[in-house]
Write a protein that binds this ligand. Structure first.
Ligand code: ADP
Length: 482
């Protein structure tokens, strides 16, 4: 699929340190999850190169923060336009290494690029404050300054957007960055870095350390006294390790971790709309997003009708290679992902769940889109994020029962519910212990809203006018003798 790139120079396989492509002494294979075939081999960099990247970022920092906001705005806008100009190629790279259907990949390129545009604009709106004084001989002001060298460790499920959502606000604020993309999807990241080079971002402002020894790279980033901020999107398990490793240097962190999203359908919901929302929220990216519905709670009165309608739609979904026309569910990212979905299905069936449709692996790394009815709190699917195309449907009777079940988790990222009663909408929105609530919709992400979770789903918010705050420190100035 990569021989079809319009611009073959976007197939970059070396890391980027201080404006130079770095081959490294070892290489690792990047595979196409749809076919198992090798796509490229990429520089397998480690601790040594990570240190060099941090140094390069630190050296580039003074000049970058010394630009005016408008100059950084202009540089980021160039990068944005290049990302959009090469949307098709970036999408092909993404589908090849990640598996998502090509239209979804194109959507992600636009979504990913939108963070660059948004934060290019926000660069110009980093305002300070003047405060009333407590003494007429003094003047009180607050200024905002870039925090310093930033590290970004990103996952494979959104190979571009998870990078731009962190890197764009950091650059806009006047910080420089070291990116460690997921080892399963480095090609999209490297192509984006190539476009950043073409946009004229100075050497060292963006560095990309590709490699398979994530713990070694991560440790250097966490332990560095130069790195002042670490942003991570990935599992809660790894997030906890990174938080512990960042404690000794008291590093500021933004964490976007696991979710276990409830999707609640009340008796008064518009059922067809709820089914559409569930499909979009559950099966997008083959169920591999942290905001995917993980547990569907449906009220007694509409339970059977909902399951029937959902199963019919799920049965009709086309599974296959993301490059094929009409495919809506691609492969899972790696064999371990299939094992997890299979384990959740078996566990649910063993504990009394009924397989309504799907339930099996297909040839290769594909899994049938699956619906299980009669799900219960005792099942693994109630507690763990499946990260695959499995929808377990739980039955409930009262509003309070649904709220309690939805909140019975350590996670608190996205949640969804469908209802028409205005009182209920207000009550349930306020009662859900989640950072985000989709009300009568299954799709909530866009660049100008605060994305993030509560409880063990993370710290901080990405996107929106708040997203840049993570990369700024405020400084209070008290000027005397005036
Ligand atoms: P996912 O479920 O998305 O694979 P992970 O948390 O395993 O979530 O991976 C997300 C990112 O974290 C990837 O870039 C991966 O290489 C990196 N990673 C995994 N383990 C560690 C670690 N111990 N230290 C630093 N980074 C890690």
């Amino acid at each position: 699929p990569l021989t079809l790139l319009k611009d073959p120079r976007l197939l970059v396989t070396d890391g980027l340190i201080n404006g130079k492509w770095v081959k490294g002494s070892a290489r690792f294979d990047v595979l196409d999850p749809a076919t198992g075939r090798k796509l490229a081999d990429v520089a397998d960099l480690g601790a040594k190169e990570t240190k060099a990247a941090i140094q390069a970022a630190n050296a580039a920092w003074p000049a970058w923060r010394g630009l005016t906001a408008k100059q950084r705005h202009a540089a980021l806008m160039k990068w944005f336009h290049l990302l959009m100009e090469h949307q098709d190629d970036l999408a092909r790279l993404m589908t090849a290494e990640q598996g998502k259907p090509l239209p979804e990949a194109k959507g992600e390129v636009a979504y990913g690029a939108s963070f660059v545009e948004w934060f290019a604009e926000e660069a110009k709106r980093v305002n300070g404050q003047t405060l009333p004084t407590f003494d007429n001989n003094k003047r009180l002001t607050v200024i905002q300054q870039p925090i310093g060298v930033c590290a970004a460790i990103t996952p494979w499920n959104f190979p571009l957007a998870m990078i731009t959502r962190k890197v764009a606000p950091a650059l806009a604020a006047g910080c420089t960055v070291v990116i460690k993309p997921a080892e399963l999807t480095p090609l999209t990241a490297l192509a984006a870095a190539e476009l950043a080079q073409r946009a004229g971002l100075p050497a060292g402002v963006i560095n990309v350390v590709t490699g398979t020894d994530a713990p070694a790279i991560g440790r250097v980033l966490c332990e560095s006294e130069v790195v002042r901020h670490l942003s991570f999107t990935g599992s809660t398990e790894v997030g906890r390790i990174l938080a512990a490793q960042c404690a000794p240097t008291v590093k500021k962190m933004s964490l976007e971790l696991g979710g276990n999203a409830p999707f609640i359908v009340f008796d008064d919901a518009d059922l067809d709309s709820a089914v559409e929302g569930a499909l979009a929220s559950k099966y997008r990216n083959a169920g591999q997003t942290c905001v995917c519905a993980n547990r569907l709670y449906v009220q007694d009165g509409v339970y059977d009708a909902f399951v029937k309608k959902l199963a019919a739609k799920v049965k009709a979904m086309k599974v296959g290679n993301g490059f094929d026309e009409g495919v809506s569910v691609g492969p899972l990212i790696e064999p371990a992902a299939l094992t997890k979905v299979e384990k959740h299905v078996k566990d649910a069936v063993k504990k009394g769940g009924k397989l309504v449709t799907g339930g099996s692996r297909l040839k290769g790394q594909f899994f049938e889109p699956t619906v299980i009815s009669g799900a219960t709190a005792q099942m693994l699917v109630a507690r763990e994020e499946t990260f695959g195309p499995l929808a377990p449907v739980f039955r409930f009777a009262t509003e309070q029962e649904a709220i309690d079940a939805a909140n019975a988790t350590i996670f608190g990222l996205a949640s969804y519910f469908y209802a028409r009663d205005i009182g209920r909408i207000t009550r349930v929105s306020e009662a859900l212990e989640y950072g985000m609530v989709g009300i009568n919709t299954g799709l909530i992400s866009t660049e100008h809203v605060p994305f993030g979770g509560v409880k063990q789903s993370g710290l901080g918010r990405e996107g929106s006018t708040h997203g840049i705050d993570e990369y700024l420190e405020m400084k209070y100035l008290c000027t005397g003798d005036v």
